[in-house]
Each structure stands twice: as structure tokens, then as C-alpha cells.
Design a protein around this ligand. Structure first.
Ligand code: URA
Length: 208
């Protein structure tokens, strides 16, 4: 069974279209990344575990629910940073663990340069945040690291995926659900998604 979920929400489609546009300036780009990330994380967390609780209302007692799962947000530096805030607003008790993985421009292979995960995992579910699932190399490396760390439930939340990246991530880690706003046509020979949105890091941070 495929664990690839592409949002069908009209707000996601609308905001993604604005995000892609070459006319969109970094400030608006960052706002859109934040808003899209929250919408996608909302969908990605539909299966979180809860336990029943009762709550006193001004009018009586209501049956309710409280989250049992503890959540870790794992943004991949640097483009994943812009995805944290929107998701964090929805789940403010989540822990945020940064992973620095860059793609070697020549080999297109992932290189880890920053990892401050504690020795024991303290969360039951991790959401890896990275806007572009391009070659899949960074995502696979991030899942490898989180699995070694001992996390049992891992989801990838991104904005745009390439068919190649999705297939590679699914092949290496078939248990990891992939949540995206869109799947694009292809990767070009520099490893960029086409039509995509360009460099998600440069467009957020005004670099490039
Ligand atoms: N990273 C990006 O920022 N954009 C792409 O298209 C691929 C990888």
C-alpha cells in the first residue's frame, strides 16, 4: 500500500501556485511556506493517538480527547527551517530537532554536517520537514538517522516531490508516509525539480 499523500485541499493548491510564481518575493514566499506547512502537517497528523478525557465546561461535563503521542519536528537545514513555525503553531509542545544535510553539488549525494539529537529519542512520532523531495538523498539520510536514533513512526512532510525522489524514499523506507502538496514532472540534470519553484532555500532567505 502506497503511503504517498498528495493534498487535494483547494487552499493548498492555491497557495502552492502563488509559491511557485517567479513573481513571489521572499517575504510572501516565507508566509506561504509557513501556511502550506501547517495545512500539510494538519493532514499528516490525522492518525495521532489520543486518550479519552473528560472536561468540565461551564454547562456540565464533556467527553474529550488528549494527545498521547509526543511529536518531534525535524527540519532539514536550511530550507526546512521555514516550515517549522507554521507546524509548531498547531502543536506547540513539539520538540524541534535540526538536521544539517546538504547536497554535494558534484555528486548530488547527501552530506550530514549538523546533528544535535540526544542519545535517546524523547518523542513517539517525527515529522521530517523539507520543502523539496528532489533526489530523495537528504530525506533517506534523515530517516536513516531517526531510525538509528530509535524513532518508530516517521513521516516526511514536503511541498513538492519529484517522481524519482518519491520512488527512492519509498524503496528505502516503505514504512514512512510522504505528505506533499504536489508531485511534479521530473528532476533536471542539476537535481532541481521541474517545474518546481526553484531553490526553496534561496527563495526564502533572499540569497542566490
Ligand atoms: N532543492 C530545491 O530547493 N529545489 C529543487 O528544485 C530541488 C532541490
Amino acid at each position: 500500500m502506497s503511503l504517498v499523500h498528495v493534498s487535494k485541499h483547494p487552499l493548498v493548491a492555491h497557495k502552492l501556485t502563488k509559491l511557485r510564481s517567479v513573481e513571489t518575493e521572499p517575504k510572501r514566499f516565507r508566509e506561504l511556506v509557513r501556511e502550506l506547512s501547517a495545512l500539510l502537517a494538519y493532514e499528516a497528523t490525522a492518525d495521532l493517538l489520543t486518550r479519552p478525557v473528560t472536561v468540565q465546561t461551564p454547562m456540565g461535563v464533556a467527553q474529550g480527547a488528549e494527545l498521547v503521542d509526543t511529536i518531534g519536528l525535524v527540519p532539514i537545514l536550511r530550507a526546512g527551517l521555514g516550515m517549522v513555525e507554521g507546524v509548531w503553531e498547531l502543536m506547540p509542545t513539539a520538540e524541534v530537532w535540526h538536521l544539517g544535510i546538504y547536497r554535494d553539488e558534484k555528486t548530488l549525494k547527501p552530506v550530514q554536517y549538523y546533528n544535535k539529537l540526544p542519545t535517546e529519542p524523547r518523542v513517539s512520532v517525527c515529522l521530517i520537514l523539507d520543502p523539496m523531495l528532489a533526489t530523495g538523498g537528504s530525506a533517506i539520510a534523515a530517516v536513516d538517522i531517526l531510525k538509528q536514533w530509535g524513532v518508530k513512526r516517521i513521516k516526511f512532510v514536503g511541498l513538492i516531490g519529484s517522481p524519482e525522489g518519491i520512488q527512492r524514499l519509498e524503496t528505502h523506507h516503505p514504512d514512512v508516509a510522504i505528505h506533499l502538496a504536489a508531485i511534479d514532472e521530473r528532476l533536471n540534470n542539476q537535481g532541481y525539480i521541474v517545474p518546481g519553484l526553484g531553490d526553496a532555500g534561496d527563495r526564502q532567505f533572499g540569497t542566490g
